[in-house]
Design a protein around this ligand. Structure first.
Ligand code: DC
Length: 264
């Protein structure tokens, strides 16, 4: 038996059930945990950063924390902002999978060879954020061998220890159909084009045309088209500030973490 005293909440759990997940769920308040009679003081700021520093006493061993948040949706819907906020909040790793396709599109030459040779250092640089890079990414992303070359890496990232957030187009449907949380983040094309225009400039009507073109290509392709997973939670950010959108997403993740802790 482990005794966990969390703020005003006191709970007695089977020792095997007291995992890092329960700590994250209850994070934000000081916690004293007694395991095998020996008290351990845990600093929750460390949990907020995702570092498990807890049980240094006794033979109790933590099970690894595997937890995937899959975020899909069209361009400029707010996936990245929500994904980064969730990763920071829960101490998960974050992967913007669009950057993989952008790097392949920007490489030029044979996209399949570029996908097979892709290295993490290829996926950085402000030029990858341009509208042109987005269009090139959308084109190479329609090629099945390009997608196939990236799937394993994304799956390994998703199931890494400590939790992971991935955003893209096919994360909840193809890359991680087993993800613990699936979000589909969307907004009207006009709102998304306006955001992209504020971010990257240019002619707003032209930006809207490009957004619609990219939506159509990403949605109509045969392999891994953009669509919500059947069990995804829909977040429409058309009339929503970023704080509200993040709060909604945090809530979904917290409820799922709590459900994992509840005995069946
Ligand atoms: O998320 P983004 O705008 O950076 O993505 C650029 C393009 O990459 C997008 O138009 C389609 C493609 N993409 C994809 O097909 N699958 C993903 N998981 C991520 C991006």
């Amino acid at each position: 038996i482990s005794l966990g005293l969390v703020g005003s909440e006191m709970c007695i759990r089977d020792r095997a059930r007291l995992s890092r997940r329960s700590v994250i769920r209850n994070s934000g308040i000081p916690m004293v945990q007694a395991v095998g009679g020996a008290p351990v003081i845990i600093l929750l700021s460390a949990f907020d950063r995702g570092a498990w520093v807890g049980n240094k006493v006794g033979k109790h061993k933590e099970s690894p924390m595997i937890f995937t948040v899959a975020i899909d949706g069209p361009a400029a819907a707010g996936k990245g902002t929500i994904g980064r906020a969730l990763a920071a909040r829960f101490g998960f790793a974050y992967l913007d999978t669009g950057l993989l396709y952008r790097a392949i599109g920007a490489a030029g030459g044979d996209p399949v060879a570029a996908a097979q040779a892709l290295r993490p250092e290829d996926c950085t640089g402000p030029e990858l954020r341009s509208r042109e890079a987005g269009q090139a990414a959308s084109r190479v992303a329609a090629l099945p061998p390009v997608r196939a070359a990236l799937v394993e890496f994304q799956r390994r990232f998703a199931r890494r220890e400590g939790g992971a957030v991935l955003d893209g187009r096919d994360i909840g449907t193809v890359v991680c159909p087993e993800a613990e949380v699936k979000l589909y983040v969307t907004a009207s094309p006009q709102v998304r084009a306006h955001r992209r225009w504020l971010e990257l400039g240019g002619n707003e009507a032209q930006v809207l045309a490009e957004v619609l073109e990219r939506d159509a290509r990403d949605t109509d392709r045969t392999t891994s088209p953009l669509r919500p997973a059947a069990d995804a939670t829909l977040i429409d950010t058309s009339d929503m500030g970023i704080d509200d959108a993040v709060r909604l997403a945090v809530d979904v993740v917290e409820r799922r973490l709590a459900a994992q802790e509840t005995p069946q």
